[in-house]
Design a binder for this molecule. Structure first.
Ligand SMILES: Cc1cc2nc3c(=O)[nH]c(=O)nc-3n(C[C@H](O)[C@H](O)[C@H](O)COP(=O)(O)O)c2cc1C
Length: 303
C-alpha cells in the first residue's frame, strides 16, 4: 500500500487531506457525517482574542463556479474557545490546527502563547489573508510586516507554525520567502480572492459588505499557480494547497505543483464525503502509477 503520510514542520499527518478554516466549524459539527480519522487535520474557524460578531447579512452569494463570502471572522474569542471548544477538540480522532487572526502582532502572540500549552491543539495556521475585514491583509501584503509577525510568533510556541497567504498580492513568492525567513515552518495558500457581485435590478451589492472572498472551483487555477510560485521560492518548506478542490484530480494538480498536503473548503458544503473518499482514491492512484508514497509526486511538474 502506498504511504500517504506527510509532514508539516514538526507535525506528521496520516493523510494529506485537511479541512479548511471556516468551512468545517470546529470539526465536531461534521462528526456525524465525516469519519474524522480519515482527515489529515481539521483547521478551525479563525480565532481572535476578543469575540467578533462578523459582518452584517447577507454574507454569502453563490457564483457560477463557487461562492462569495464576507462572514467577517465571526468567532467566540479566545476565552470561550478554551472553555467550550477545546474539550470537544481534544476528543477528535485527528490533528487540530487553530487558525489565528489578529489586528496586531500582540493579538496573534497572545493566542499562540495561550494555546501552546493546550494539548488538544497540534499547531497554528496564522491567517494574515482575510479579505473581508479592515486591515485583514496587512501582514500578507508587506513582506517586512509578514517577517516581523513570524519572528514575533516563533518564540511563543513549539507547535507547528504555518502561515496562510493571500492571492491578493502582486508577488506571492516574495511574501512566501519573507514568512519562511521569519520562522514559518509551513505555508498554506490560498485564502479567498477579493470579489464582488451586483443585483442589477436594485443595483445593490449581493452581500452587505459590498466585497467578499471568492472561493470554489473557479479559483483553482489561481491557487495552483500560487502554490507553484511559493514552492519554487521556498523549496525546503512544506506547502499546503487550498482552492477549489472538488476531485482527486484537482488535488493531484496541487501535489504536482509542489504541495505536500491540501485543504478542502467550499466543497465541504456540497460533498462532505469527499474528505473520506480522497485517501482511498489517492492510494489507488499512486499504486496504479507504481509510486510507493506521496512524496515523489510532490513538485514533480514537468516544465
Ligand atoms: C464561508 C467561508 C468562510 C471562511 N472562513 C475562513 C476563516 O475564518 N479563516 C480562514 O483563514 N479562511 C476562511 N475561509 C477560506 C477557506 O479556508 C479557503 O482558504 C478558501 O475558501 C479557498 O478554498 P476553497 O475554494 O476550497 O473553499 C472561508 C471560506 C468560506 C467559503
Amino acid at each position: 500500500m502506498p504511504n500517504l503520510t506527510t509532514q508539516l514542520g514538526p507535525l506528521p499527518l496520516t493523510t494529506p487531506f485537511l479541512a479548511a478554516s471556516g468551512t468545517f466549524g470546529y470539526g465536531s459539527e461534521y462528526a456525524p457525517i465525516v469519519d474524522l480519522s480519515k482527515v489529515g487535520a481539521v483547521v478551525t474557524k479563525s480565532l481572535s482574542v476578543k469575540p467578533r460578531e462578523g459582518n452584517p447579512t447577507p454574507r454569502i452569494w453563490e457564483t457560477s463556479s463557487g461562492m462569495l463570502n464576507a462572514i467577517g471572522l465571526e468567532n467566540c474569542g479566545l476565552e470561550s474557545f478554551i472553555d467550550h471548544r477545546v474539550p470537544d477538540l481534544a476528543n477528535l480522532p485527528t490533528k487540530v490546527l487553530v487558525n489565528v487572526v489578529g489586528d496586531s502582532i500582540d493579538d496573534y502572540a497572545v493566542i499562540c502563547s495561550a494555546l501552546d500549552k493546550v494539548e488538544a491543539v497540534d499547531g497554528f495556521e496564522i491567517n494574515i489573508s482575510c479579505p473581508n475585514v479592515k486591515h485583514g491583509c496587512r501582514f500578507a501584503s508587506d513582506p517586512g510586516d509578514c517577517e516581523r509577525l513570524m519572528k514575533a510568533l516563533k518564540p511563543t510556541t513549539n507547535k507547528l507554525l504555518m502561515v496562510k497567504l493571500s492571492p491578493n498580492v502582486t508577488d506571492i513568492a516574495e511574501i512566501a520567502r519573507a514568512a519562511v525567513e521569519g520562522g514559518a515552518q509551513a505555508l498554506s495558500l490560498i485564502n479567498t480572492l477579493l470579489g464582488m457581485a451586483i443585483d442589477v435590478k436594485t443595483r445593490a451589492p449581493r452581500i452587505a459588505n459590498v466585497t467578499g472572498g471568492l472561493s470554489g472551483p473557479g479559483i483553482r487555477p489561481v491557487a495552483v499557480r500560487c502554490v507553484w510560485q511559493a514552492a519554487r521560492a521556498c523549496p525546503q518548506t512544506p506547502i499546503v494547497g487550498i482552492g477549489g478542490i472538488r476531485t482527486l484530480g484537482d488535488a493531484l494538480e496541487f501535489f504536482i505543483a509542489g504541495a505536500c498536503a491540501v485543504q478542502i473548503g467550499t466543497t465541504n458544503y456540497l460533498d462532505p464525503d469527499l474528505l473520506n473518499r480522497l485517501p482511498g482514491e489517492l492510494d489507488r492512484w499512486l499504486a496504479a502509477e507504481k509510486l510507493e508514497a506521496l512524496a515523489p509526486l510532490v513538485g514533480s511538474l514537468k516544465a
